[in-house]
Write a protein that binds this ligand. Structure first.
Ligand code: ZN
Length: 215
């Protein structure tokens, strides 16, 4: 069965400020594309502080919740408009992703990654990598496996692989033992944000992906 929503563990790590920056970018972007995700994060935050404090008093850093709330409040209007990337599609992205793409386009450009596919590496701290994919309808990545975990958020358009069809706001969670061949659906150009890393790196000690794989 396809996983179109992120595992709760990962959203919880986000709410608690434990997510790798690349994953934070993906979740904050998804929250603007998917009401269900935004609602789940809010619920976790409502439970979260109290639970975390009970389990491990020092787990939540000073101001972590404020940071998350500030992020939730961030609206497209507050971002600076002075660094136009001259790319209409990028300008239409949710604010967190748009800012990252604008930043990337200052020093890099879309790279050819196969027929109909271009990629843009986004500047994020930490080990996890964030890459924006631009896939023409009917084109796709070759069949591949994964050394680590790969989480892909569809930002616009849609793609299909062996596990299902993913539209805007959906995430595909590929564990290291999954092989797949994503192909963009007919219609508009598909944009997707792919975050990759070793299985445990997204949330540190929480290790959600190990549990997800074992489930
Ligand atoms: Zn993959």
């Amino acid at each position: 069965m396809a996983t179109h929503l992120l595992p709760s563990d990962l959203l919880y790590a986000y709410a608690a400020g434990h997510c790798a920056p690349a994953m934070r970018l993906l979740i904050s972007t998804q929250m603007q594309l998917c009401d269900e995700t935004a609602r789940r994060v809010e619920e976790l935050e409502a439970l979260g502080g109290a639970l975390l404090e009970r389990v491990e008093p020092t787990a939540m850093s000073e101001g972590a919740l404020e940071t998350v709330l500030a992020r939730l409040d961030a609206s497209p209007a507050e971002t600076s408009g002075s660094t136009a990337a001259n790319d209409d599609d990028v300008e239409a992205f949710p604010a967190p992703l748009r800012e990252a793409a604008r930043e990337a386009l200052k020093t890099a450009s879309w790279r050819f990654a196969g027929p109909g596919i271009r990629t843009l590496t986004l500047p994020v701290d930490g080990h996890a990598k964030a890459e924006l994919l631009r896939i023409q309808p009917g084109s796709g990545a070759p069949r591949h496996g994964h050394k680590g975990a790969e989480i892909t958020l569809v930002v616009r358009g849609a793609f299909r692989d062996e596990t299902g069809v993913y539209g805007a706001g959906d995430v595909s969670v590929a564990s290291p033992d999954v092989e797949h061949r994503p192909i963009a659906e007919p219609g508009e150009t598909c944009y997707a944000l792919a975050v990759t890393d070793a299985p445990l790196a997204f949330t540190g000690a929480l290790g959600w992906i190990q549990r997800a794989v074992q489930a």
